[in-house]
Design a protein around this ligand. Structure first.
Ligand code: BJW
Length: 251
């Protein structure tokens, strides 16, 4: 990523912004070795389409398969570390008066990098809940059953994530909408902008007069609507942008 690719106008927008929202997707964790949602899966999982596993129907049809897929992903994420993109967002948050990080990712890598004020739209892989009653479950007795059963009601356990066709938490979505409606600048980073309501958030900001920036190696449905497109990897562009914007405070 060449410094000249980042427009001076964007650097000025970021330097003077009071309220910034960063919306991240799976591409933000790609450089940590976590496959994006629509990338081909590897190994054992190569023959499964993630968009067909992340549904309540898939869980009803084959709870074991879905549980094991999430176990595999949990293990992958445990071995991964935050990348320079995650770390640059921590720096950005330290320098902007108010920065809200909204993530679609369930991997917890922003938290591990040190970001604060994170709105997790699609839940978190580290939490488990009862598929019947929604109780959050911290632990359960050792068992051979896959998935295990809820210690409170006997229902099946599942990850506390939001699958296709399931509503997002009202409170979480409201927090995200409020943040985008009040901000000056929105970054959409490493997301295909295909999945709603997350993909609608930058449009809410646009309606209120905010400037939009997209960071992605590829075009997305959002690209024609943004003020600045930075084609490339989040782990390269974000650190460069932070260094250009606050040059005296090099990391
Ligand atoms: C890089 C990079 C690098 C690579 N650097 N970039 C309105 C219109 C149309 C449809 C709908 C609508 N409203 C709702 C819907 C239906 C549906 C939906 O959006 N469907 C579309 C696919 C058409 N939405 C829902 O079902 C949502 N629920 C809902 O709306 O409920 C309403 C309701 C109300 C009342 C009762 C009942 C229902 C829920 C959506 C939940 C999404 N869940 C998942 C799974 C989470 C758990 C898990 O991870 O397993 O969330 S699906 C999956 O997609 C996951 C992701 O968070 C999400 C977004 O994917 P993301 O992050 O964009 O990843 P990718 O892989 O798509 O893209 C990666 C990008 O990175 C690419 O662009 C690369 O180029 C880029 N990249 N390397 C920067 N190094």
């Amino acid at each position: 990523m060449n410094d000249n690719v980042i427009p001076a106008e964007l650097v000025e927008e970021l330097r003077t912004a009071q309220r910034v929202v960063v919306l991240t997707g799976a591409g933000t964790s790609a450089e940590s070795g976590v496959p994006t949602f629509r990338d081909a899966q590897t190994g054992l999982w190569a023959r499964y389409d993630p968009t067909e596993l992340a549904t309540p129907e898939a869980f009803r049809r084959n709870p074991r398969l879905v549980w094991e897929w999430y176990t595999w992903r949990r293990e992958l994420v445990a071995k991964a570390a935050p990348n320079p993109g995650h770390l640059a967002l921590v720096q950005m948050q330290a320098r902007v008066p108010e920065l809200t990080l909204i993530t679609q990712n369930i991997d917890g890598l922003h938290q591990r990098a040190g970001s604060q004020q994170i709105i997790e739209l699609h839940g978190n892989l580290a939490r488990t809940k009862c598929a019947d009653n929604g109780y959050l479950v911290e632990s359960w007795p050792p068992t051979e059953e896959v998935p295990p059963h809820c210690p409170r009601c006997g229902g099946l356990l599942r990850p506390d994530v939001v699958w296709f066709g399931e509503p997002l938490s009202k409170k979480t979505l409201l927090q995200a909408i409020t943040a985008v409606r009040q901000c000056d600048l929105v970054f959409s980073v490493g997301t295909s902008s295909l999945v709603h309501p997350a993909a609608s958030l930058p449009f809410e900001a646009l309606e209120q007069g905010a400037k939009l920036v997209e960071i992605n190696p590829d075009e997305t449905p959002l690209t024609p609507h943004v003020h600045f497109v930075l084609y490339g990897k989040a782990g390269e562009i974000l650190p460069t942008l932070v260094d250009l914007t606050w040059p005296q405070q090099k990391r």
